[in-house]
Design a protein around this ligand. Sequence first.
Ligand code: HEM
Ligand code: NAG
Ligand code: NAG
Ligand code: NAG
Ligand code: NAG
Length: 348
Amino acid sequence: MMGSVSAIATIFFLLSSLLLASSDALERPPIVDGLSWNHYFRNCPRLETIVRTHLQKVFKKDTGQAPALLRIFFHDCFVQGCDGSILLDGSPNEKSQPANIGIRPEALQTIEDLRSLVHNHCGRVVSCADLVVLAAREAVSLTGGPRFAVPLGRKDGLTFSINATRNLPPPSFRTGQLLETFAARNFSTTDVVALSGAHTFGRAHCSTFFSRINQTDPPIEPSLAKNLSNTCPSAQAPNTAVLDVRTPNVFDNKYYVNLAKRQGLFASDQDLFSDSRTKGIVKSFASNEKLFFNSFADAVVKLSQLDVLTGKQGEIRAKCSVANKGKEGLVVTSVVENAVDLRGHMSH
Ligand code: HEM
Ligand SMILES: *[C@@H]1O[C@H](CO)[C@@H](O)[C@H](O)[C@H]1NC(C)=O
Ligand SMILES: *[C@@H]1O[C@H](CO)[C@@H](O)[C@H](O)[C@H]1NC(C)=O
Ligand SMILES: *[C@@H]1O[C@H](CO)[C@@H](O)[C@H](O)[C@H]1NC(C)=O
Ligand SMILES: *[C@@H]1O[C@H](CO)[C@@H](O)[C@H](O)[C@H]1NC(C)=O
C-alpha cells in the first residue's frame, strides 16, 4: 500500500518536473558550453535558498548593498569575463582602479560571507564567480525587479587585470560610444538601454557626474542641477547623489521616466533620450515595465556568460579575495572529510 502511494507520488513528481523543465526551457535562452541551468542540483541543492535567505537579511539592514552587488557583477563580467577577478586582493588590484570608484567594500565582504555559508553547507564546490552572479540576481528580485534563472558553473580565475578595467564605459560616454563598446561584446541596442536601467537604484559620487551639472548637451532639468550643485560643492567632494530621483532604492522602470524628464544623472544615461537610436526604446520601457524587466533579464543572462571559465579551467577559490595555492587547488567535497583526513595523518 505504502509502496504504491510512494510510487504514484514519484511518478507525479517526475511528470511535474518534466513539465516544469520543458516550459522553462521554452523561455530560456541558449547558453555557452560548460554552463547549465541546474549545475549545483546534486552538489549543493540548497545553494539558491542559502544565498536568497542571507541577502534578505543583509538588504534589510542596508538596502544600498543591493545596487552595490549588481554593479560588482557588471564590473566583474565586463573585465576579462565573469571570473571573480574583481574580488581579488593585490597591490595594485582590479577593484581599486579608477573605473571601479565607489565599489562598496561591505558588498565585497557579503560575497565572501555567502561563500563561507555555502562552503560550510556543501563543501568547496561553488565558485565565487557564480556567487557574484547569484547575488546580482537576488539584488534585482529582492528590491522589486524581475526574478529570472541564471546559468551556473563558472570557475574562478587565477588572475586579475588592471588594464582591462579601461574597457568599462565612463559616465561621460555618449550613446554612440556606449553602443560601440557594448556591440564589441555582442550586445544589441535594446540590451544597452535595458542594462543602463540598472541605474534605477544606488548612488554615485560627485566626481562621476560633476562635469554634467551645468551641461546643456545632453540637457539637465534645472531643479536636479540645483540639487546636485548643493550636494557637490566640488568634483572632489566625497558626497553622493541618488541615481534615481523618483524611487532611489527600488528596482523598477522609473529610471526611464527620469530620462524623459531630463533627470538622468550621467551624460551616458540622459543621452539615451536624445539619440534617435535609443529614444524609442527608452519611451517603451518608461511606459511598459514588463517589457523592461524581460529585456533586462535577457541582457543580464547574456552579460553573465562573458568569457567564462568552465570545466577544467580556473578553480574554486577557498577564499574569494585570494587565488588558491598548492593543496587548496584540489577540490575537496566536504569540510568534515578534510578534518577526518587530517586526524588520520596525525595518528601515523
Ligand atoms: C552603460 C554604461 C555604464 C556606465 C557609464 C556606468 C557608470 C556608473 C558610475 C560612474 C556609477 C557611480 C559609482 C559611484 O560613484 O559610486 C555607477 C553606479 C552604478 N551602476 Fe553603472 N554604469 C554603466 C552600466 C551599468 C550596468 C550595465 C550595470 C548593471 C547591470 C550598472 C549598475 C550600477 C549600479 C547598480 C550602480 C550603483 C552602485 C551603488 O549604489 O553602489 N551600471 N555606474
Ligand atoms: C598595461 O598598460 C600599460 C600602459 O598602457 C602597458 O605599458 C602595459 O604593458 C600593459 N600591461 C599588460 C599586461 O597588458
Ligand atoms: C558574437 O556573436 C557571433 C554570432 O552569434 C559570434 O560568431 C561571435 O563570436 C560573437 N562575438 C563575441 C565578441 O562574443
Ligand atoms: C551651475 O550653475 C548655477 C547657476 O548659474 C551655479 O549656482 C552653480 O554653482 C553651478 N554649478 C556648477 C557645479 O558649476
Ligand atoms: C531637489 O530637492 C528638493 C528638496 O530636497 C526635492 O523636493 C526635489 O524633489 C529635488 N528634485 C530633484 C529633481 O532631485
